[in-house]
Design a protein around this ligand. Structure first.
Ligand SMILES: NC(=O)c1ccc[n+]([C@@H]2O[C@H](COP(=O)([O-])OP(=O)(O)OC[C@H]3O[C@@H](n4cnc5c(N)ncnc54)[C@H](O)[C@@H]3O)[C@@H](O)[C@H]2O)c1
Length: 395
């Protein structure tokens, strides 16, 4: 018998969650369509970096509390089914509202009456009620809950226990069952109506995205006046309680913040002006830096290096990384572009030392900690984060 099946169970959210429940004593099966990740996971190898997960995966494989599969029949055996598939935008920046329906249409023949279905992906507001209604109309009597994941990528296992868990459901019984389950991970539960819970998650991500945009816009204003944003940033934040937490400038990227800001915009009839402005600022930063660099250097005659291609520091995930946008822009402007990243293996990724040696100008694309100790051989390094000694913050 299986306690919990996680659909999307080998992903960045699904796998740490499954490991946490397995550690808490539940029998967990991670269902995923990616056969490679399933094989790696069953072999005890994490498909991505998450602090503490390597050891825990081996532990729960040994205790036989955790396994991965591509076979959707496992759904029949579970008391609880958790869904954490990706919820991407389409090419016009609209949420792909069909992803949950498609998944459930494919898998719903395996759902059985009496199960608890917990949706954990970040979804377009109203999706939970929509799913509950569709399942009921298909004659499937399951309790439907929405309990959004709010961990930061790379530290999911730690944050699963330290963050309060938001719980919502389409019936009181769904809420009670979801609460009983998440109490295994944290005593801190916050109950909301389903759309309130869906909005909470989108608000958290859009707020973070807007804060990054404010920092990036302030950076560009200061830079246009030849001023160092970080001197101003220090003055704004040091011993000034109301400036506390104001972010540094940098690429605001990754698979969640942009996407969720756009989901909120669609929900508000595309009239989320703050969100759209944040998108324009954040997405504009790579081109801004290239344009400023082109005013200072003859890029057409230079080999330029990018250090860091993943979407954030010390992370192995390149999804929606703005380093790729920087690379595209530089490929158009410069003689040649070379890229490094200690966390990625690609035919075109070179060791950082080689990129430094062959480039006349460098950009920090991702502020990985390893670059703090890198010898830049006295070459100019454009560093919007102020992350490496001697980096240029004014371009
Ligand atoms: N990455 C994060 O740190 C994070 C944090 C909070 C919330 N979220 C949200 O969680 C959701 C999942 O994000 P993620 O980063 O884990 O994505 P991911 O791509 O890492 O994981 C999704 C997994 O689902 C699998 N999958 C897709 N369709 C499937 C199907 N029909 N059946 C079975 N498996 C299927 C994929 O193969 C993949 O392994 C998204 O809604 C995201 O916005 C992500």
């Amino acid at each position: 018998m299986t306690d919990i099946v996680i659909i999307g169970g080998c992903g960045h959210v699904g796998l740490p969650l499954g490991l946490a429940f397995a550690k808490a004593g539940k029998k967990v099966v991670a269902l995923d369509i990616d056969a490679k990740k399933v094989a790696e996971t069953n072999a005890g190898k994490m498909p991505f970096i998450d602090a503490g997960a390597d050891e825990l995966l081996l532990e729960v494989r040994k205790s036989k509390n955790f396994e991965a599969t591509t076979d959707a029949k496992c759904i029949q055996q579970a008391d609880v089914v958790v869904t954490v598939i990706g919820t991407p935008l389409d090419e016009h920046l609209n949420p792909r509202l069909e992803v949950y329906g498609d998944m459930l249409r494919k898998d719903r023949s395996f759902l059985r009456n009496g199960q608890l279905l917990i949706m954990r992906s970040t979804v377009y507001p109203g999706t939970t009620d929509h799913v509950a209604h569709a399942l009921k109309a298909a004659g499937i009597e399951v309790d439907v809950a929405f309990c959004p994941e709010r961990v930061a990528q790379g530290v999911a296992l730690e944050e699963i226990h330290s963050l309060p868990q938001i719980v919502s459901g389409t019936t009181p019984r769904a809420v009670e069952r979801a609460k009983a389950l998440f109490k295994l991970l944290t005593p801190d539960l916050i109950e909301l109506p389903t759309v309130g819970a869906e909005l909470t998650k989108l608000y958290n991500n859009a707020w973070r995205y807007i804060q990054f945009a404010a920092a990036n816009q302030f950076y560009m204003i200061a830079n246009d006046y030849g001023l160092d944003f970080y001197e101003i940033h220090r003055a704004m934040t040091e011993k000034y309680p109301r400036g506390k937490g104001f972010p540094k400038a940098g690429f605001a990227a990754g698979p969640c913040l942009f996407k969720d800001t756009m989901q909120l915009s669609t929900f508000n009839d595309n009239a989320f002006f703050l969100g759209h402005s944040a998108m324009l600022v954040n997405e504009g930063l790579p081109n801004y830096l290239v344009r400023r660099a082109a005013q200072k250097y003859d890029l057409r005659s230079l080999t330029v290096g990018i250090l860091g291609m993943t979407f954030k520091s010390d992370c192995d995930d390149p999804r929606d990384s703005l380093s790729y946008k920087l690379k595209k822009s530089l490929a158009f402007e410069a003689k040649e572009v070379l890229c490094a990243d200690p966390y990625l293996e690609r035919p075109w990724i070179l060791p950082a030392e080689e990129v430094v040696a062959r480039s006349a100008l460098l950009f920090i694309g991702t502020p990985h900690s390893a670059y703090k100790k890198l010898d830049f051989k006295g070459k100019p390094v454009i560093d919007v984060w102020k992350s490496v000694p001697g980096g240029m913050t004014v371009v």
